[in-house]
Design a protein around this ligand. Structure first.
Ligand code: BTN
Length: 268
């Protein structure tokens, strides 16, 4: 499918937020339907797209999530956005956590919802179990060990129809939380403005400040028992903190364990 012109609502929201967006959304491809905005942004990056180029879709037919999962993407029910970044090497490690933080901040600024981040980069609403509102899929292109570009894919549930009924106990949407209609364009513009701010901080060597704010947004997740899978079976421990590299530090019966990838489930 070919791109069509960007809906006025998005063009206006980006124009209004322009002073806070840096190069983000300076060029936008809009698709009524696409396989995956990440696939399109990766291909665009490989053919030379500059930093900030943005791919947006109303629907995705093969939306992808982390850990090889599918990301349901029905028309008009969510925000499906992927932006090309060309980070300096020192900004790569914490980029996905910074993106999760930025999306939680953008949602808070556009809607007032106090979403929190769950390691490594889910955005959730409080509850037991936590209900996921948004997720980030960051994918890099590199050569000889050097990262050339990172595509940051952002998926936000706007309507309850954004996710399959099978995951309804563990998912939520902006409109379900707020009980009112939400403008996707305003939410996305605020998320991108927050992303540009956090990304700029990483570039400026302010990773410590980004992590400190990430910790604040994740505060309710520390001190809770988590479970994760290993090749030898599942393990549990108490989530304590994240370290300077973004690894989750978990206290187990056999000492502190650093989790650097994957995900954890909350068990209480
Ligand atoms: C997750 O598993 O939490 C990450 C979900 C990321 C979904 C977004 S939607 C826009 C972009 N395109 C994709 O195919 N995936 C990401």
């Amino acid at each position: 499918m070919n791109p069509t012109s960007i809906p006025d609502e998005f063009a206006e929201a980006f124009a209004q937020a322009r002073p806070r967006l840096g190069p983000l959304a300076a060029r936008v491809l809009w698709y009524d339907e696409i396989t995956s905005t990440n696939d399109r942004a990766l291909a665009w990056a490989e053919s030379g797209a500059e930093e900030g180029c943005l791919v947006l879709a109303d629907a995705q037919t093969s939306g992808r999530g982390r850990l090889g999962r599918a990301w349901a993407s029905p028309a008009g029910a969510g925000i499906y956005a992927s932006t090309v970044l060309r980070p300096p090497a020192h900004a790569v490690g914490l980029l996905t956590m910074a993106a999760g933080l930025a999306v939680s901040e953008g949602i808070a600024s556009a809607t007032g919802l106090d979403a929190y981040v769950k390691w490594p980069n889910d955005v959730c609403m409080p509850g037991r179990p936590p209900r996921k509102l948004a997720g980030i899929l960051a994918e890099a292109g590199s050569t000889g060990g050097r990262v050339l570009h990172v595509v940051v894919g952002i998926g936000i549930n706007v309507l309850p129809g954004a996710y399959p009924p099978a995951v309804a106990a563990r998912a939520t949407s902006l409109e379900a939380e707020l009980g009112r209609a939400v403008q996707r364009s305003t939410v996305l513009a605020e998320c991108l403005a927050a992303l540009w701010r956090r990304y700029s901080m990483l570039g400026a060597g302010e990773a410590g400040a980004v992590l400190a704010d990430w910790r604040r947004r994740a505060a309710s997740t520390f001190g809770r028992r988590v479970e994760w899978d290993t090749p030898a079976g599942s393990r549990t421990g108490i989530a304590r903190d994240v370290d300077a590299s973004g690894a989750l530090v978990v206290a187990t019966d056999s000492g502190l364990v650093r989790l650097t990838a994957g995900e954890v489930r909350w068990t209480e």
